[in-house]
Design a protein around this ligand. Structure first.
Ligand code: AMP
Length: 427
């Protein structure tokens, strides 16, 4: 038997009902916050991620699915391409390529789709997983640098999670400052790491040289006491970044969104500046981050684009669904009715009735005239229908149908014209 690839999985009903409900809800919230959808390719030029995400990040050094696309004609050059491990770099590439900065206004974009990382698969961590991404990006003249955008994004995420029905989330907040702050902080980390780095894991030893900030991402338990004693980023923020962060916090306070400051949260991607955040959920175990995001003021320029500060986030949809399951949330996508033709020649009548009902918005399933009444009832129950509607010769002639409520066992006669309403609303 051929099986799905390790780290990938099939999403099946009824689980997909919950996925669809989440996606419908986030689209609804996005519309209310004036975000529009963008769809970018699932594979891109490898250098986009190497430059955008950062050469020394875990994603780029070990997790990308990359291959050499040879090109079909002799004249076509071969090119290194990569399945997208995240969405922001592709969205910023599209922003630059299509000159979206020339539209003047801020671009508020969202993207829902699969991402790919060659990680060690475990619960909540897959090699193909799904993200719900959103970005606000634009020229500074349109207000893209304003802390009001950070607060708007954070407030939107909180509303989204609330409306989806997730309860036990916590917002962890930090500021990683601007490029100059980070350079000074990196230098301070480098100094502080010098006497202790030989005691740390191999990854940290490498990072201490190349990109000391990444040491803070380390999950190796033995390294934690050392990391806890390292200098804190808050001491290295310049006045503007400090003031910016204070304003973001004041706006969150004003709308009553609780958060905790987590100075170790520098996030796994190099493009972040100033505000960074994660929403975590206690029931997810080791993979507790439901979503993460932050500001990326220099990303467009690092990809040869115009100055286009931005802020965004990525919800890990797989983990969001796991968190909803942990809270006992289920999608209620029950079937209204099962239409049961009774006797030879009744299939056309049943199809006609089902067509009317379905067009009127009733969710129904349709049986077959070869089924006996008992088998129709069993099929209706298996399908999870609330009602069964019998379509026999008498019913077809009289236009009055026997409707049985399957959970209560009660039975009534309903005229054709009233049937749709009865099946959708009567309990
Ligand atoms: P990142 O792009 O790394 O900031 O991740 C954003 C969110 O995507 C995380 O908070 C997770 O919820 C989710 N995520 C990241 N990697 C994976 C993965 N391998 N499997 C499932 N979800 C993931």
């Amino acid at each position: 038997m051929i099986k799905s690839i390790r780290g990938t999985r099939d999403l099946l009903p009824p689980d997909t009902d919950l996925w669809n409900r989440v996606e419908a809800k986030v689209r609804d919230v996005f519309a209310r916050y004036n975000f529009r959808e963008i769809r970018t390719p699932v594979f891109e030029d490898t250098s986009l991620f190497a430059r955008g995400v950062g050469e020394d990040t875990d994603i780029v050094t070990k997790e990308m699915f990359t291959w050499e696309d040879k090109g079909r004609a002799a004249s076509e050059k071969s090119q290194s391409v990569t399945l997208r491990p995240e969405a922001t770099a592709g969205i910023v590439r599209a922003y630059i390529e299509h000159g979206l900065d020339k539209r003047g206004a801020l671009q508020k974009l969202y993207l829902i789709g699969p991402m790919f990382r060659r990680e060690r698969p475990q619960k909540g961590r897959y090699r193909q997983f799904y993200q719900i991404n959103a970005e606000i990006i634009g020229p500074p003249s349109a207000g893209s640098e304003s802390p009001a955008r950070d607060a708007e994004v954070l407030e939107m995420v909180a509303t989204m999670l609330d409306e989806i029905g997730l309860r036990a989330w916590t917002l962890q907040l930090n500021s990683v400052g601007c490029a100059a702050d980070r350079a000074r902080y990196n230098q301070a980390l480098r100094e502080a790491l010098k006497p202790v780095v030989h005691l740390m894991c191999a990854d940290c030893q490498r990072r201490a040289e190349t990109n000391p900030l990444r040491v803070l991402d380390c999950k190796v338990p033995e390294d934690q006491p050392i990391i806890e004693k390292l200098p804190r980023i808050s001491a290295y923020l310049d006045d503007a970044c400090r003031e910016n962060f204070a304003q973001v916090r004041a706006m969150l306070d004003a709308v009553g969104i609780p958060y905790t400051i987590n100075e170790r949260m520098v996030r796994g991607l190099d493009y972040y500046t100033r505000t960074t955040f994660e929403f975590t959920h206690g029931d997810l175990g080791a993979q507790s981050a439901v979503l993460g995001g932050g500001r990326y003021d220099g990303l467009s320029e690092s990809l040869d684009g115009p100055k286009a500060p931005g802020i965004g986030f990525a919800i890990g949809e797989d983990r969001l669904i796991l968190a909803l399951h942990a809270e006992g949330v289920k999608a209620d996508e029950s079937l209204d009715a099962y239409i049961a033709p009774l006797g030879a020649g009744m299939n056309p009548h049943a199809l006609k009735l089902a067509r009317e009902l379905r067009r009127a918005g009733v969710r129904c399933d349709l049986g077959d005239e070869t089924f006996r009444l008992k088998k129709s009832f069993e099929a209706a129950e298996k399908a999870g229908a609330r009602y069964i509607v019998i379509v026999g010769e008498n019913e077809a002639k009289s236009g009055e149908f026997t409707v049985k409520n399957l959970s209560e066992g009660t039975q009534v006669s309903v005229f054709r014209g009233k049937l749709a309403q009865h099946l959708q609303h009567a309990q």
